[in-house]
Design a protein around this ligand. Structure first.
Ligand code: PEP
Ligand code: MN
Length: 265
C-alpha cells in the first residue's frame, strides 16, 4: 500500500499554511462543537480557541444523524458565516463532507475535509477527494477494522491526494457502558503501519463528557499526532452530541493537560 511505511518511510506532514502544521512529533489540537449552530456560537468558540492558542476549529455543517428528525446542520450558508469569522481570527476549519456534490461548494471555505465514520467506505467520495488539493482526515468506520481504514486511505492517496490523516474515533463493540469503544491499540498500530498522521477523537471514542479527558491523554501517550474533540459554551444546549461535549472550562483544562502529557512522551 502507498499509505504504508513500507512504501514511504518519511512521515507525512500536513501544512495548512500560516505556520499551522500537523506532523509526527507535534500535537495538533482541533476543537469545536459537534454542530455549527450560528454566528454567536461561532464567535464564542473562536474566542475560546484564541485564548488557548488552538489553531484549528472543528464543527459540522452537514451532520450524519441517526434520526432524520434530528438537527442536520446549517449547510453551506453556515459554513460561509463560519469561514468569514475564522479567517478574520486566523483559525483553520475542519468539517465533514458527506457526499461528492458537496466537495466543490465547500472547497474554498474549508482547510481540511473530514470523512465521517459513516462514510469511511463511500468509495466514490474517497475517489473524488483524491483529486482535490486540500487535506483530508478519514475517520475509522463504525465497525471498521484498521486494515479497512488503511484501504480507505489508499483510495484517496492513490488517486493523487497525499495530504491525508487517519482518525481513530472508537468502534462499535458489545460494550454498552460507553457510546463506542475507543481503540487505543489502533493508534500505536496505525503509527507503526502508516506514514500518515494519526489523530484521536476521544469525544466520539467514549461518548461521555466526564471521561473524555483521560481517554484523550491516553491517546497522546499512545502516540497520536493530534486530538480532535467537541467543546461548546453550554453543552447542555448543544444541538448535537452535548453528552460528550466539554464546556470551555473543561476544554481549557484538557488543553493544558494534553500539552503537559505531550512533554512526557
Ligand atoms: C463528528 O465529528 O461530529 C462525527 C459525526 O463523527 P463520526 O463520523 O466519527 O461519528
Ligand atoms: Mn459529534
Amino acid at each position: 500500500k502507498l499509505v504504508s511505511k513500507k512504501w514511504k518511510v518519511k512521515p507525512t506532514v500536513i501544512d495548512l499554511g500560516d505556520g499551522v502544521v500537523i506532523e509526527e512529533g507535534g500535537m495538533a489540537i482541533m476543537a469545536g462543537p459537534c454542530s455549527i449552530e450560528g454566528e454567536e456560537q461561532i464567535e464564542k468558540t473562536i474566542q475560546h480557541l484564541l485564548d488557548n492558542n488552538v489553531k484549528i476549529m472543528r464543527g459540522g455543517v452537514y451532520k450524519p444523524r441517526s434520526s432524520p428528525y434530528s438537527f442536520r446542520g446549517l449547510g453551506i450558508d453556515g459554513l460561509k458565516v463560519w469561514y468569514d469569522a475564522a479567517r478574520k481570527a486566523g483559525i483553520k476549519i475542519i468539517t465533514e463532507v458527506m457526499q461528492v456534490s458537496q466537495i466543490e461548494e465547500m472547497h474554498d471555505y474549508i482547510d481540511i475535509f473530514q470523512v465521517g465514520a459513516r462514510n469511511t467506505q463511500n468509495f466514490n467520495l474517497l475517489d473524488e477527494l483524491g483529486k482535490v488539493h486540500k487535506p483530508v482526515l478519514i475517520k475509522r468506520g463504525i465497525s471498521g477494522t484498521i486494515d479497512e481504514l488503511l484501504s480507505s486511505a489508499e483510495y484517496v492517496f492513490s488517486a493523487g491526494n497525499e495530504n491525508l490523516m487517519l482518525c481513530e474515533r472508537g468502534i462499535r463493540t458489545y460494550e454498552k457502558a460507553s457510546r463506542n469503544t475507543m481503540d487505543i491499540n489502533a493508534i500505536t498500530i496505525l503509527k507503526e503501519k502508516s506514514h500518515l498522521p494519526v489523530i484521536a477523537d476521544p469525544s466520539h471514542g467514549i461518548g461521555i463528557r466526564d471521561h473524555v479527558e483521560p481517554v484523550a491523554l491516553a491517546c497522546i501517550m499512545a502516540g497520536a499526532d493530534g486530538v480532535i474533540y467537541e467543546t461548546h459554551e453550554k453543552p447542555e444546549e448543544a444541538y448535537s452530541d452535548g453528552q460528550q461535549t466539554l464546556n470551555f472550562r473543561e476544554s481549557e483544562k484538557l488543553i493544558n493537560k494534553m500539552r503537559k502529557v505531550f512533554e512526557l512522551r
